[in-house]
Design a protein. Sequence first.
Length: 117
Amino acid sequence: MSVSMKNIVVFVTDLARAKAFYCDLLQLPLAGETEMLLEFFPGSTTTLGVALALQDDARRLVGRHTGVTLRVEQIEKLCEGLAKGGARFIEPLESSPWGRMAVVADPDGNQLALVDR
């Protein structure tokens, strides 16, 4: 038997607003889209899903730290674009022993860590 990671899902309340953030500001590559879900990272074995929170259990997961960390080349440039686009930073871009890191929130308050290594 083989088990592997398929996807990780972040729940949101407004998919159009989320698409503007994840596609336009965060510049994630869109793999697919339905009326209830955006899927990112085409061709990858593990994808990131951004889905409408339609059930009470999913709604309770909106607006918190997701535990998702994205590795970003040219992190400074991306953070500048996010700031210009009005994104809210929970933690600004700073150097750490493991590289540079920032934490940004999507329009629903879901927090994502951005690192350069």
